[in-house]
Design a binder for this molecule. Structure first.
Ligand SMILES: Nc1ncnc2c1ncn2[C@@H]1O[C@H](COP(=O)(O)OP(=O)(O)O)[C@@H](O)[C@H]1O
Ligand SMILES: [Mg+2]
Length: 375
């Protein structure tokens, strides 16, 4: 499958669709692929733009998810009550449905948070996490009312229950998997099945899915932008939440859990593992220790709670479910590592141990995650 747009024809395409006129010599093009195939177009003297093309799925079909971002923007434009979200959501300039292409405004003064933390000198600053928690709280709070359900479901599609998907996949591990999965990785499926309490917790989470507001559904560090300046101009939000392709009417605990999981991955993906060390020793000796992340996790959670207190009043189990969704996201991360890298080593076992604690004993594990009890 080849993509319609390449470095050779992207400028002509943009010009033909009235998205600017570009001088070929002085315009820099950078290809970078995340989930989609993206081309960054950086003219010398005008605004950079990001051209996104959807990649074909496993069956060779292209997904229409790319347009969800565009549809969300239309919905916000039609509802003045949501206008405040535009200051930190993506800005879609053009959507070409027949060719699965979307063109977005690109903020050159921002980096994504994954790149930001990959810079080793970067500190884990609770103030940034506080701002992320606040923005997410505003998104959820602004749409927390059943009157939003119909317009959101019409624009963005019906809710997607992530617990249900994981339960389906892992409860139905069939013999075919033995032929295609390396022996080390089979241990993951074996361990999952050895803990009936884990499968039961996933099933219970799926049953308790509480769709009640707009959710992002794919929150992780590379879908959050941070301004290069700690004090950006008043027109620029320091934090922006991007990549709303999976957004839906859904359960806000999923977004909070996914965010917690993103920070836990900074700890768990950088563990020192060796045959000489027990899993517990590895967890203690991490390059990014959990205790350096606890103040960040607390700031994130606390500002979310202050921004959107109603969800805590209405759903007494919200904290527990958010932590369970963090555990579920860790399980999904293990599955992705197995699919892409074909590895399940001590790092994977450590991740599974933490996922199990989060899913099966979220309340008892709260203090470990936040470094203090939540009152
Ligand atoms: N508007 C933007 N301004 C600055 N950087 C962006 C912008 N949109 C995307 N990026 C960068 O491009 C990456 C991929 O974009 P994203 O919208 O997340 O697409 P994908 O669906 O391919 O993950 C992001 O992780 C971020 O680093
Ligand atoms: Mg992305």
């Amino acid at each position: 499958m080849s993509f319609i747009l390449t470095s050779d024809n992207v400028l002509t395409y943009l010009q033909e669709n009235n998205l600017g006129s570009f001088d070929r010599e002085s315009t820099a093009l950078k290809k970078f692929s995340a989930r989609n195939f993206n081309i960054l177009v950086k003219p010398a003297d005008s605004q950079p733009i990001l051209v996104k093309q959807s990649a074909p799925n496993i069956n060779g079909k292209q997904s229409g998810e790319l347009f969800t971002e565009w549809q969300l923007q239309q919905l916000i434009a039609d509802h003045p009550a949501l206008e405040k979200l535009t200051s930190f959501l993506p800005k879609v300039l053009y959507a070409d449905r027949s060719n699965f292409i979307v063109v977005n405004y690109f903020w050159a003064d921002y980096s994504d948070m994954q790149d930001y933390y990959d810079d080793e000198d970067q500190e884990y600053d609770p103030e940034i996490a506080q701002e992320i928690g606040q923005k997410l709280g505003v998104v959820h709070r602004s749409t927390y009312n059943s009157t939003w359900q119909a317009p959101l479901e019409t624009s963005l599609g019906s809710p997607a229950n992530p617990g249900r998907k994981v339960a389906r996949r892992l409860n139905r591990v069939h013999s075919g998997i033995f032929a295609v999965t390396p022996i080390d990785c089979l241990r993951f499926y074996k361990l999952y099945q050895q803990y009936p309490s884990l499968a039961a917790a996933v099933e219970q989470l799926a049953q308790n899915y509480q769709a009640c507001c707009l959710v992002h559904n794919d929150l992780k560090l590379n879908n959050i932008l941070i301004h290069h300046s700690p004090k950006p101009p008043a027109t620029d939000s320091r934090i922006r939440l991007i990549d709303w392709e999976s957004s839906r009417w859904g359960d806000p605990a999923v977004d909070v859990g996914n965010l917690i999981n993103s920070y836990l991955q900074l700890w768990l993906e950088n563990l020192v593992v060796s045959s000489e060390l027990s899993i517990n020793e590895s967890l203690q000796l991490a390059v990014v220790p959990l205790n350096s992340l606890q103040p960040v996790l607390f700031a994130l959670f606390d500002s979310y709670r202050q921004t959107f207190p109603a969800i805590f009043a209405d759903q007494p189990d919200f904290v527990a479910r958010a932590l369970q969704y963090a555990g579920l996201a860790l399980i999904r991360r293990i599955e992705v590592i197995i699919d892409n890298d074909r590895v399940f080593d001590n790092r994977g076992i450590a991740m599974l141990q933490v996922a199990k604690q989060l899913l099966c004993s979220p309340t008892a594990f709260t203090t470990t995650i936040f470094g203090r009890p939540l009152d």
